[in-house]
Ligand binder design. Sequence first.
Ligand SMILES: *Cc1c(COP(=O)(O)O)cnc(C)c1O
Length: 404
Amino acid sequence: MKKFLSHIEKTLHDIDQAGLTKRERFITAPQSGQISVTSAIGVNAPPPRKMINLCANNYLGLANHPDVIAAAHRGLDDYGFGMASVRFICGAQTIHRELEQAIAAHLGKDDAILFAACFDANGAVFEPLLEEQDAIISDSLNHASIIDGVRLSKAKRYRFANRDMNELETRLREADSQQARFKIIATDGVFSMDGTIAPLPEICDLADKYGAMVMVDDCHATGHLGAGGRGTPTLTGAGARVTIVTGTLGKTLGGAMGGFIAAPQPIIDLMRQRARPYLFSNSLAPAIVTGSMKALEIAIKADDLREKLAHLTKKFRTGLQNAGFNLLAGETPIIPVMVGDAPMAQSLAAELDRLGIYVAGFFYPVVPQGRARIRTQMSAALNENDIDTAIAAFTEAGRKLKLI
Ligand SMILES: *Cc1c(COP(=O)(O)O)cnc(C)c1O
């Protein structure tokens, strides 16, 4: 035991020496565009500071929306605090089924199934559908939960370089030459670290050519991208050619927690029978279900918030570009500011923290070595003033660190 713990301590020391330790700060009130933050709790804790939040997945600002909170209160009053059961034993309420149907209708699919998180939905989706003779062809930048889900299935695995259609075609041919029975191409709709969009029409063309299906994880799109917030299949025009969509309730749709798969009926029916994170994990809490339902209703109608989000995105992107920062190109509200190595990402984050801007440095293993960045994210909970302040702070910090 002692030997083992000192081994673990050595690992932690190595992480710290490499400048890779992640430290948490604490928000003292609800999630929003302007937040109150402290670096520690307890008697000697410094008083909380007001900060501008540029790193939440709170794209439409619904995490603290009064109607969402009221709906969650109603869920608590009418349906209680917790389910204390998995779905198939006694954990399914009418509201769970209503939310599934609303998600399916929103995404134009036959049906949907809820999970405790999209991490679970992605972990669940492949294993019941595919066997040894099948193939999964997965984008190299896919979210960790897709990578884990692929590992849990018995299907043969193929990987293609991020958004590289030539390599995708090569992998599809390889799978065919190895007599794959069924093939699924798996991709993020929006790549969370880069903020780029998957070329879904081209992916679907290749899927058609080689008789494959397409699965899209739309966590960073559902609710705020595409007409009506229907996500990247709608945004790119791929539409119903995408067979399976997974998504989260933990980002745009209220930001609480929960995930889902939306797909043709037989796929959802099999998930209810076989998906392990569904069968062996607790139901979503009623307040989360009713709050998320309200968030979905708001998001569907929120063209004004989507417009505001797009406007702030453009404004911030242009401001950083004019200041001389190295940004990854893209149109989503994810705007990565590239800085090179992990210590520089930490330094820039620390400078910005001092200036009242809440951001997080992203570095290995979350992104590849040497590709460290500050990933900023826009939100409809921010205002014009916040963006001006943030651009000025980035400029000051960037000059101090000789990044610009
Ligand atoms: C956030 C995210 C997930 C995980 O979603 P949770 O509901 O928080 O588990 C999965 N995939 C992608 C692409 C994500 O961005």
